[in-house]
Structure formats: C-alpha cells, structure tokens
Design a binder for this molecule. Structure first.
Ligand code: NAP
Length: 334
C-alpha cells in the first residue's frame, strides 16, 4: 500500500488512475482544481486536494501542512495537462511551467517521492518518416511539430535535467476507452455511416486502451526503473483503414468513405479556432491539431516498454473498441 498523489484526477485518464489505485488498495490523493468536475471522484476513500499549479508558493504551503499530517507521498503521477487551449502559449504554461512549479515546490518541503511519473505524449517525439513508415523509436531525435508536443518535450527536458527527484516519463500514444471524448467523435461519425479520411487513406496509428495504460502505470511505480522515458502502446501498429474496419465490424455499420481534401480540413480548423476564440471555449480542432492529425506515420516501437516492465497489454484494438462502444451504448452516448 502506498500514498499516491494523482494530478488531473478529474480527467479521462485521471479518473481511471484513481479507480485502479483504490482497487490496488493504495491511499489516493486526487489533485484537482476548484472548477474541476468530481463526477467520477465520488468514492469516499478518495482524498481530494485542491491545487493551484500556477502558484508555487501555495503549493509549498500545502506540502508543508501535508508533511506534518501524513508525511511524503510515495509516488506522484503528474497527469494533469492541457490538450486544448484558447491561446497557444497556454500549452507551455500548463504543460511545462506548471510541471516545473509542482516539482520545485516539493524540494524544500521534504516531500520528495520515491518516483515522479510524468504523463507525457508520443507528440513529444513528433511523427515518424512518411516515406518508409518506420515506427518511431525511443532513440529517434525528438522533433515535435505542435505547440502541445513542444510543451511536453520542454517539461521532459526539465525533469531530466533536475536531479533531486527520481522521475519516469511515460508517453502514451492515442488513448481510448469509456468516458473518452476524443475518439468518441470518430465513433460517432462511423455510427452515422460516415468514414472520414483527412487528405489520404494512408496513415498508420498506434493506440492504448485506457485500462492497459493504467495497469502499466501501476507496474511502473514500484519498479526500480527511473530517469528514463517510454512509449506506451498496445504493442501493435494499425493502418487507419484497419481502425475503420474494426470499428465498423464492432458497430455493425456500413459506411460511405469520404476523403476530405487537406485545404478543406485546414479551413475548417481555422474556422473552429476562430469560433473558440469568440466563444472563449477551447476546442480540440485547431490548426495545431491539424498538423498532428494529417501526419501519416504515428506508428511506434514500444518493444522496450514491454520487455523492461514485463508488460503484456490485455486489450488489442478490436477488444478495446468493443468494450468502449458497449460503454458508449450503455450510457446512450451512441
Ligand atoms: N488522451 C490521450 O489520448 C492522451 C495521449 C497522450 C498523453 N495524454 C496526456 O494524459 C494526460 C491526461 O489527459 P486526458 O486525456 O485525461 O485529458 P483530460 O480528460 O482533458 O484531463 C486533463 C486533466 O488535466 C487537468 N488540467 C487541465 N488544465 C489544467 C490546469 N490549467 N491546471 C490544473 N489542471 C489542469 C484537467 O482538470 P479539469 O478537469 O479541471 O479541466 C483534467 O483533470 C494529459 O497530460 C495529456 O497530455 C493523453
């Protein structure tokens, strides 16, 4: 049993991290904001902590108080992160600066955990070669193409440079599963018999089912492996057509295939960004996201992850999509 602080506990991945932690009989401290939803954080065993990651001083005060009351956390899973923002610069503020604030606030408060896990992203590497379609390797040079990916890389670099806290960088690829609102858009479109492609039908992707992702994180926490980074996938790479075929089979749908020209996708992204600015409501579909979703090679080699953590994902794409679709149907999202 360990004391674990999970940031971003109110989000998609955070909620599953909290549930799995409780199931593993850990004492869970779920860090959220005052404005965060607690819809999936109702279990009485959860200790809710309100953190303002923008304010290092207030963080330090909270740690000093907690140190007196409960001592240090055994592990911290820093999962909070911005995936959509109104201003591009907010990616750097939230994903890099807040990570730095959190880590530095722990130093003087005698709150150094045995391990600090940072949930980064495959986006911190950037896409793979589009001619050879060689999967992205951990030894490749990190060349992110989006503001999101750059902010994650900057946070990674900070964590590797500091040497007071043992860290572990985990870089999930596309995470899907119940409660996810990202891939949900794709499933909704297949449900309406529309199989959409952006510019081309040639694209390779990698995925990890939410339950496998959290299992791997709980394997990684007590493992002696630290100060390294890993990709997290289900161990396979899929063509986008395979993804569509699996989804259609699971949903039992026939579709019309639409290949949208890139200039139209980009125009739509520009409009979506403008609407977001006007309504002050951040959107996932931006010109930054356009760069990412129109790259053709997001396949990656996670062999090292499987070997080093002796990790065998339980879900392949078919099995994971089945469970996800069943959940969406049960909850009447589809
Ligand atoms: N989903 C994926 O496919 C994927 C893939 C690779 C990496 N990741 C990474 O995994 C982590 C979790 O992602 P997710 O998919 O679960 O996203 P999510 O559902 O949007 O959850 C994000 C979490 O971060 C918190 N957060 C966002 N901005 C914050 C801020 N300014 N201050 C404090 N907390 C803030 C959110 O709090 P509120 O609820 O208050 O907004 C929420 O708890 C992120 O770091 C993301 O970059 C996700």
């Amino acid at each position: 049993m360990a004391k674990i602080l999970i940031t971003g506990a109110s989000g998609f991945i955070g909620g599953f991290l909290v549930e799995q932690g409780l199931q593993n009989r850990h004492t869970i401290y779920a860090a959220i904001r005052k404005s965060s939803s607690t819809k999936y954080l109702t279990d009485k065993r959860i200790n809710i902590i309100y953190l303002n990651l923008a304010d290092k001083k207030s963080l330090r005060q909270i740690w000093e108080k907690l140190q007196q009351e409960i001592g240090r956390f055994d592990y911290i899973i820093h999962n909070a992160g911005a995936t959509k923002v109104l201003n591009k610069s907010n990616f750097e503020t939230i994903n890099y600066q807040y990570t730095k604030n959190l880590v530095e606030s722990l130093y003087g408060a005698n709150m150094i955990p045995s391990k600090f896990v940072f949930i980064s992203s495959l986006a911190a590497y950037g896409p793979g070669d589009e001619n050879t379609f060689t999967p992205i390797k951990i030894t490749d040079t990190q060349t992110p193409i989006t503001n999101y990916g750059k902010s994650k890389l900057k946070a990674e670099q900070f964590l590797f440079q500091q040497n007071k806290i043992p860290i572990l960088i985990l870089r999930p690829t596309g995470v899907y599963g119940p409660r996810d609102t990202g891939y949900y858009e794709y499933f909704k479109s297949i449900n309406k018999h529309i199989e959409i492609y952006l510019g081309s039908t040639k694209q390779t992707l990698s995925f990890i089912y939410i339950k496998d992702l959290v299992s791997l994180i709980y394997i990684a926490l007590p493992s002696p492996i630290a100060n390294r980074g890993y990709f997290i996938t289900d161990g396979k790479n899929y063509s986008i057509k395979e993804f569509a075929a699996i989804t259609k089979k699971v949903m039992n749908k026939r579709t019309i295939r639409i290949v949208t020209p890139l200039f139209m996708v980009k125009s739509a992204a520009i409009i979506s960004e403008k609407i977001a600015k006007l309504t002050k409501k951040a959107t996932m579909f931006t010109t930054d996201k356009f760069k990412e979703i129109t790259k053709k090679n997001w396949s990656c080699d996670a062999e090292e992850t499987m070997t080093d953590f002796n990790f065998l994902p339980k879900y392949d794409l078919q099995h994971g999509v089945e469970e996800t679709i069943n959940w969406y149907k049960e909850k009447r999202w589809l």
